[in-house]
Design a protein around this ligand. Structure first.
Ligand code: TMP
Length: 203
């Protein structure tokens, strides 16, 4: 049996990735793939508890970083690797690029420290494809303004999101084979028209 494929969705808050998650899962299922839809932080019972903590409690930025990786360790062990080994595809709403963007770019943790944690926790596991939904800050702000209860990250200021966005785009430059930047400012139909052939190729 062949291994499943691992797809991750990334982008600043308000970039619209969640809107496209179910479309992507449906396209893959229509091609006969079994798909697990999951997320980070979270994706396991313990990971979801860690998510609640990290999104709501003030903490040292290194604590925040370690919680992201603690949640990821569980997620890899309990969900991602077992699914991939069974030939099931994994579609994750965020993964390690988010840590490089938010804790690295946003909070200023040095990339080599994040790299050391990544090497430790992932043992070489990388997504087969990462879709990076990119939007200007004004669009992200406008979308978040409709949300009544913003979490700790969503409440951050424009300059934080500017650094997160820049760090994401840097990652895409460094990993062009894996990371595909999707212009998230367009209509849903236009974005889906770009996603469909990409998924076709992979499936
Ligand atoms: P979500 O709102 O897209 O589910 O993500 C929750 C928040 O967690 C989002 O603001 C980004 C943040 N986050 C990090 O800061 N670092 C990480 O490694 C991950 C996975 C998410």
């Amino acid at each position: 049996m062949s291994q499943g494929k691992f797809i991750t969705l990334e982008g600043i808050d308000g970039a619209g990735k969640s809107t496209h998650l179910s479309f992507i899962a449906e396209r893959l299922r229509a091609k006969g793939r079994q798909v697990v839809v999951t997320r980070e932080p979270g994706g396991t019972p313990l990971g979801e508890m860690l998510r609640d903590l990290v999104l709501s409690q003030k903490m040292h930025v290194e604590t925040e970083t370690l919680i992201m990786f603690a949640s990821r360790r569980e997620h890899i062990d309990k969900v991602i690797v077992p699914a991939l080994e069974k030939g099931i595809w994994v579609l994750s709403d965020r993964f390690t690029d988010a840590t490089f963007a938010y804790q690295g770019g946003g909070r200023g943790i040095a990339p080599d420290r994040l790299q050391a944690l990544e090497n430790w926790v992932q043992s070489g596991l990388q997504p087969d494809l990462t879709l990076l939904f990119d939007v200007p800050l004004e669009i992200s702000r406008e979308r978040l303004s409709h949300n009544m209860s913003l979490d700790r990250f969503e409440q951050e200021k424009q300059d934080f999101f500017a650094r997160v966005r820049a760090a994401y785009l840097d990652r895409a430059t460094v990993h062009p084979q894996r990371i595909r930047v999707i212009n998230g400012s367009r209509s849903i139909a236009e974005i889906q028209a770009e996603l469909a052939p990409l998924l076709e190729k992979l499936a």
